[in-house]
Ligand binder design. Structure first.
Ligand code: FES
Length: 68
């Protein structure tokens, strides 16, 4: 299932990134390529990382995420 439409990242790609050591959304995008665009995927990506043992502790590099 595609989680990040902007970057065409699937749940399995995100889990693979987490398995390779990605512990933040920044790391996932570094591993998979792409960047935060609309931000709609971030909550679900956080859930995937949490379930894989990661955290969002290093989101400091993410900018341009629209507030809801
Ligand atoms: S869906 Fe992931 S940045 Fe837009």
């Amino acid at each position: 299932m595609i989680i990040c439409i902007c970057n065409r990242l699937s749940e399995s790609a995100i889990r693979q990134a987490a398995g390779a050591g990605a512990s933040s959304i920044d790391h996932v995008f570094e591993h998979c390529g792409g960047s935060v665009n609309c931000g709609k995927c971030l909550d679900f990506m956080e859930e995937i990382l949490d379930s894989a043992g990661g955290s969002l502790a290093s989101m400091s590099g993410i900018t341009g995420v629209p507030a809801e």
